[in-house]
Write a protein that binds this ligand. Structure first.
Ligand code: PLP
Length: 417
């Protein structure tokens, strides 16, 4: 039964195996504690932070999809990143890619400051990273990187890490195991913000860590239980439900994304379009050699930051939202949104271009998305209404501000605080 197809692997018979009532859908064990036989005889489960059947069903499923030995479900992607970063002790070196998600950069900068971890930032895609990796305990990269969708050479990095005795961790949020399995390319750890593609419906925040290494599994399991940022039974169930359609969702969203990317690239009036299936993408061939597809998110530059903001605000089919990977399309300006939490000291190397627009493509008809983009691009072309450029990192005042409290902390999204 090992050689099953990719779609079959996504819809295992979760329910009936081991459930006393043979429920055919995964049951939710919405309980914090489990009654024990006696004060000295304990069953498989005693307390839901340490183990819960619904969460474990999800964890077994994720391990199987990643070709891992073990997987762990956390309350958010950042909790998963935190658990992985905890593998590095005070005085040890953690090498991080310069363009990581803003929240990950903020977390690692704090770890360096407060826990004495030596965090070395380096470009793990294009840079001369071999020196930095020397003596490292952990190397952390995203595949693809967000929001420029660059592809690190995972096989090359894994070999270099192995030679140095370092662990390679790949945050594969942008691809999911449907499109890439970093453990099969030599990485030691794969992690996800399951809030994105794995969930697919933008209704759960969750994180997954998976590994084949018994030592890493034991340590991540200890951190999960002892620090307690576990995924709840209900969210585990929602994630299990969302993952049943992972393949069909991604295949369709990715096909839509490719149509939109090509349409944008063929216009010829944009400064750049970033999507790995475009022949102009810097990592086109490398990415094709280590992944099953380019993903569902793309980005483009207009050359004019103020115009980019106007375009995003004029879009009607795309909600302006951080995050990506849901069945409905969203648009963002990463410099001001997902990457606004990049620490001040890293801003000169780690910020996306200020005119960059990120589009997460959903299940809509691509013609509708293109029509919407067309109207927003046309309305802002040539001498549109813009007046002055707003520097990146400064709060941009939306046009309809009547309901907002001027300059109050309440108007600053929590993710940026
Ligand atoms: N990793 C990547 C690549 C992300 O984009 C994000 C969030 O956007 C995270 C980790 C953090 O995940 P979460 O928001 O689920 O905590």
């Amino acid at each position: 039964m090992n050689d099953i197809g990719r779609h079959t692997a996504l819809v295992p018979q979760h329910g009936s195996r081991g459930d006393p009532w043979r429920a055919s859908a995964p049951p939710i064990y919405q309980t914090a504690t489990f009654e024990q036989e006696s004060a000295s005889e304990f069953g498989t489960y005693d307390y839901a932070r340490s183990g819960n059947p619904t969460r474990e069903m999800l964890e077994r499923h994720c391990a199987s999809l990643e070709d891992a030995q073990a997987a762990f479900a956390f309350a958010s992607g950042v909790a998963a990143v935190t658990a992985v970063a905890r593998l590095v002790q005070s005085g040890e070196r953690l090498v991080a890619h310069t363009g990581l998600y803003g929240g990950t950069q903020r977390l690692l900068a704090r770890l360096a400051q407060e826990r004495g971890v030596e965090v070395v930032w380096t470009d793990l895609v294009d840079g001369n990273w071999r020196t930095a990796v020397r003596g490292a305990r952990l190397v952390l990269v995203e595949s693809l990187t967000n929001p420029l969708w660059r592809a690190p050479d995972i096989r090359l990095l894994a070999a270099a890490c192995k030679a140095e005795g370092a662990w390679l961790a790949v945050d594969a949020t942008a691809l999911s195991p449907w499109l890439q399995k970093p453990l099969t390319l030599g990485a030691d750890i794969v992690l996800h913000s399951a809030t994105k593609l794995l969930c697919g419906h933008a209704d759960v925040t969750a994180g997954i860590v998976a590994t084949r290494d018994a030592t890493i599994a034991e340590r991540i399991g200890f951190i999960q239980n002892s620090e307690g940022a576990v995924l709840s039974p209900f969210d585990s169930w929602l994630l299990l439900r969302g993952m049943r359609t992972l393949g069909v969702r991604i295949d369709r969203q990715q096909a839509n994304a490719a149509v939109v990317a090509e349409w944008l690239a063929n216009r010829g009036d944009l400064a750049a379009v970033h999507y790995p299936s475009l022949p102009t993408h810097a990592d086109h061939a490398l990415h094709a050699s280590q992944a099953q597809g380019p993903g569902t998110v793309l980005s483009f530059e207009t050359g004019d930051e103020t115009r980019s903001i106007e375009i995003v605000e004029r879009l009607e089919r795309f909600a302006i939202a951080v995050s990506f990977g849901s069945v409905d399309s969203t648009a963002s300006v990463p410099c001001r949104m997902s990457h606004a939490s990049v620490p001040e000291a890293l801003r000169h190397v780690a910020m996306p271009p200020s005119d960059l627009i990120r589009l997460s493509i959903g299940l809509e008809d691509p013609e509708d998305l293109i029509a919407d983009l067309e109207q927003a691009l046309t309305a802002t072309s040539s001498n549109a209404t813009r007046t002055s450029s707003v520097p990146c990192g400064k709060a941009h005042a939306p046009r309809t501000t009547a309901h907002m409290i001027d300059n109050s902390v309440a108007t600053i999204p929590r993710s940026r605080r």
